[in-house]
Design a protein around this ligand. Structure first.
Ligand SMILES: Cc1cc2nc3c(=O)[nH]c(=O)nc-3n(C[C@H](O)[C@H](O)[C@H](O)COP(=O)(O)OP(=O)(O)OC[C@H]3O[C@@H](n4cnc5c(N)ncnc54)[C@H](O)[C@@H]3O)c2cc1C
Length: 248
């Protein structure tokens, strides 16, 4: 099944996704030998914005060219980049973003960004136009994915927190690997016809869909701060130790 654009918009703007992955094999072909990447962890490098696609009134995809059509970004799964821009007062601002593309996407990378009315970096993203350059540094992040590092992964993603998990093209994976990958969407403002969850992610939803607490599982969380806090409480109450959890 194609992962349609309207589906993306729905997810980015208001969805929370619960994803359960059993075994590491669904990832294996992303983690084979990779060419050298274009990022520098110490210095910002400039990348040209070649396409901006508005997905909803405040969410857009930004596609940046890499130096050559055969270049890859070189960002390990689970890591992110720092983007530098200017806020509405002209002051420098640096914020983390997770590309929705992988190193199998050659010659470019893409960001999906939600722009907040008063947000500092949001201002920069609202203002940049095709042909402009963005300063980027990376890779960044404490989470390093290795195939089979755990028996099962659970992921709770809210709002733009979906981006670290989005790299997987969720629905396509659920169909391709029905015994290994499950996705469950939760909307707080569902459309009339909706067979997913409604409201906030509950302990019961986690219990139903996620691997039970164990030393060889990991629950990944990424979302707005209040959601991260609520999910940490839910997970703790269900017996997931801090070692079994990771917050992006
Ligand atoms: C690991 C990681 C990866 C991420 N990946 C992505 C991604 O791929 N895509 C994405 O969109 N985001 C991502 N984020 C979030 C991103 O880093 C920024 O936090 C987000 O873009 C908001 O930044 P900002 O500077 O625009 O907002 P901020 O200036 O930090 O403002 C944040 C909030 O406060 C409000 N606010 C700010 N100033 C005022 C004011 N004066 N009065 C009232 N309200 C105000 C804003 O409207 C906004 O709601 C990621 C975060 C992390 C930690």
């Amino acid at each position: 099944m194609e992962f349609s654009q309207s589906h993306r918009v729905e997810m980015i703007s208001m969805a929370v996704a619960l994803v359960a992955i059993v075994g590491g094999t669904a990832y294996y072909y992303y983690v084979t030998k990779k060419p050298k990447g274009c990022l520098d962890p110490e210095n910002f490098k400039e990348f040209k914005l070649v396409k901006r696609t508005q997905l909803s009134h405040n969410v857009a995809t930004f596609r940046f060219d890499l130096p050559t059509p055969k270049s890859v970004l070189g960002l390990p799964i689970g890591q992110h980049i720092s983007c530098r821009g200017k806020d509405s007062l002209g002051e420098e601002v640096v914020k983390p973003y997770t590309p929705t593309t992988l190193d199998t996407d050659v010659g470019y990378f893409e960001l999906v960004v939600k722009m907040y009315p008063q947000g500092r970096m949001s201002h920069h993203f609202r203002e940049i136009r095709e042909g402009d350059y963005m300063a980027v540094k990376g890779p960044k992040g404490r989470f390093k994915y290795q195939p089979n590092q755990v028996r099962a992964l659970g992921m709770i993603a809210g709002g733009t927190g979906i981006t670290p998990m989005f790299q997987e093209e969720l629905d396509a994976f659920a169909i391709k690997f029905p015994n290994q990958f499950k996705v469950y969407y939760v909307l707080n403002q569902p459309p009339e016809i909706w067979d997913g969850g409604v409201g906030f992610v509950t302990k019961e939803m986690i219990q139903t869909d996620f691997p039970a607490p164990a030393s060889d599982i990991k629950i990944l969380r990424c979302g707005p701060p209040p959601m991260n806090k609520a999910m940490a409480a839910n997970l703790e109450a269900l017996g997931y130790s801090p070692q079994m959890q990771f917050q992006f």
